[in-house]
Design a protein around this ligand. Structure first.
Ligand SMILES: Nc1ncnc2c1ncn2[C@@H]1O[C@H](COP(=O)(O)OP(=O)(O)O)[C@@H](O)[C@H]1O
Ligand SMILES: [Mg+2]
Length: 299
């Protein structure tokens, strides 16, 4: 049984932007799947189509065999979505945000309330149930969105960049919960992410989509075995404004950190020499040890 089957799904926005050019993708029940797309590649558009917030221009999409056009209610019942942007009422109480969501699925309040309490406890928001959403930290707001998405016990949970802006420690807590959902409760999980270590840690399959079409779809294990390059994270005193971004895939991470990707023929010495030439004082260099990221960059 497939949790999701997309056939030739396309989207052209009214302004002419061709965000999806025919995405064909099947995700099996129980999988933990990553959609790895570069920024602007169409991830949020694709998720918007699944939830009917965005109308597709072409193609078909089925959730557990229920066509989102012909059988939208059954498709929606099986689908939980955690959108990229916070979209709850910031002035509402946490418990109400989760409980009220049940109304969309015709779940009576008497049933929704204990479920909401259970979810908030599980997501470490037990002591925030009566807080107003606005007062929560970013990580807590993200977890609130997950609790809300699970109120109707969906069989597939889609998360659009769930750990963007969530600090490392909290990210690990969230991973643990998602793993539990997948392994213990049998929920199929699909996430989009920029953090490729997330894919290594969590996912069994991943698809890379470029310019609106699938360019790679494989097990994470197979994807990892194709790696060619090695990436390094370099801590500096400060970065110069003319970082030579066209060399070694150099990319600034923040004001003092830069990452570089060396192919087999490059040496660290060459990289150090280049940075020194630009007046950049290096404090530390560490291998990033994220092979999926290498793969992504090399595509
Ligand atoms: N409402 C919209 N109207 C027009 N263009 C849009 C709209 N939403 C997104 N786009 C464009 O569609 C493309 C894909 O965007 P998006 O789905 O947000 O990508 P991602 O989530 O992968 O960053 C981008 O070029 C974006 O600018
Ligand atoms: Mg997006």
């Amino acid at each position: 049984m497939y949790a999701l089957v997309a056939e030739n799904v396309s989207k052209t926005y009214e302004n002419g932007t061709n965000a999806l050019k025919g995405v064909t993708l099947s995700i099996e029940e129980w999988d933990f799947f990553a959609l790895l797309w570069a920024n602007g590649a169409g991830k949020t558009t694709f998720i918007g189509i699944m939830t009917s917030l965005v109308s597709k221009t072409g193609g078909t999409l089925k959730i557990f065999d229920h066509d989102i056009d012909r059988d939208p209610n059954n498709a929606k019942l099986r689908l939980g979505v955690v959108p990229q942007e916070f979209n709850f009422n910031m002035f509402e109480k946490v418990i109400d945000i989760v409980t009220d969501q049940a109304g969309y699925y015709g779940i009576p309040r008497s049933e929704a309330l204990p479920r909401a309490h259970e979810l908030l406890e599980a997501l470490d928001l037990g002591n925030k149930k009566n807080a107003v959403a606005r007062t929560l930290s970013g990580g807590m707001k993200r977890r609130l969105m997950i609790a809300r998405a699970l109120i109707h016990r969906p069989r597939i949970l889609i998360l659009d960049e769930p750990t963007a802006g969530v600090d490392v420690e909290l990210r690990h807590g969230m991973w643990k919960y998602l793993k539990h959902l997948n392994e213990e409760e049998g929920v199929t999980i699909v996430l989009t992410t920029h953090y490729l270590e997330e894919v290594e840690q969590l996912c069994r399959h991943a698809a890379f989509i470029r310019e609106g079409a699938v360019i790679l779809n494989d097990t994470v294990k197979n994807l990892l075995s194709h790696q060619q390059n090695t990436s390094y994270r370099i801590e500096t005193e400060s970065l110069s404004s003319d970082l030579p971004v066209n060399r070694y895939g150099l990319r600034a991470i923040d004001e003092t950190t830069v990452e570089a990707t060396l192919s087999r023929s490059d040496t660290i010495n060459d990289l150090v020499a280049l940075l020194s030439e630009k007046g950049i004082v290096i404090k530390n260099i560490n291998p990033k040890g994220n092979r999926l990221e290498e793969l992504f960059i090399s595509k």
